[in-house]
Design a protein around this ligand. Structure first.
Ligand SMILES: [Ca+2]
Length: 258
């Protein structure tokens, strides 16, 4: 069913994460994605990042002592390979760049590099502030840290090339979490909400949002922290996948026809 809605409630829920109260009249287009297929997902996975690379699905998980980076079989949800993030660290997002996978951790600014596809430890890198998630636009690695600012890193040096300040209805939008670059847009789930926003990578403006109410209902979660922290785009097959922290399913979704 096509559900293209200008949901005051949805926009208000998004905007309550902005620093100032008093949301502007909400005109963000909000759609409910269609579920194409469902696959099993490990309910033990506290998902922090999801990506497709070379036809392979990778997932990172969080929590100290449970943080891993794994290759997952899409059809069965089974782990095919797994690498442990060093003890005492809370794993966050991942991005693939050439023959390596980069990962970040929540606090402490320690990032790691892993070989692809075998996930062998291949070194470390550093950044300032928190690390929440990453994706890439083909030129830069894009890093979120819970603030409204996305950092664009030069993959050769991992230094900040530019910063993008994200706004929704003219107001800064914080808690940008898991990222995925999809056909010229940056998609980000907003922590503690059931929404994914679609960000213009040039202006930082949120162009619209996806309301994941149906996915959250199917996942059967009531924990507001059990957000859709896994967004992956298979760039070859042009398929979008979404899962969440400890969700029993991983969904292929698509935007409703216009
Ligand atoms: Ca992703």
């Amino acid at each position: 069913m096509i559900a293209r809605l200008t949901l005051l409630t949805a926009a208000a829920a998004l905007l309550q994460t902005a620093p100032q109260p008093q949301p502007a009249p909400a005109q963000l287009p909000v759609v409910r994605p269609e579920i194409v297929r469902s696959y099993p997902h490990d309910t033990g996975a506290f998902t922090e990042g999801l990506l497709f690379d070379g036809g392979r699905l990778y997932e990172s998980t969080g929590r100290e002592g449970q943080s891993v980076i794994r290759q997952v079989d899409l059809a069965t949800g089974r782990t095919l390979r797994e690498a442990k993030v060093p003890a005492g660290l809370f794993g966050e997002g991942i991005v693939a760049w050439k023959r390596q996978l980069f990962s970040v951790t929540w606090h402490g600014g320690r990032g790691f590099r892993w070989s692809l596809p075998d996930l062998k430890a291949a070194g470390e890198w550093r950044y300032t502030g928190e690390g929440w998630a990453m994706t890439d636009d083909g030129r830069h690695i894009i890093l979120s840290d819970g603030t409204p600012a996305l950092r664009f890193l030069d993959p050769a040096t991992m230094r900040v090339a530019r910063t993008l300040n994200v706004t929704a209805n003219g107001r800064p939008l914080k808690n940008l979490n898991e990222l995925e670059y999809i056909d010229g847009e940056i998609w980000a789930n907003v922590w503690m909400t059931r929404f994914i926003v679609r960000i213009d990578p040039t202006t930082g403006k949120v162009k619209g949002a996806l309301d994941l109410a149906e996915l959250v209902a199917k996942a059967g979660t009531t924990d507001p922290d059990a957000v859709a922290n896994g967004i992956a785009y298979d760039r070859q097959a042009r398929r979008i996948y979404v899962t969440g922290k400890n969700w029993p399913q991983l969904f292929e979704i698509k935007l409703p026809a216009k």
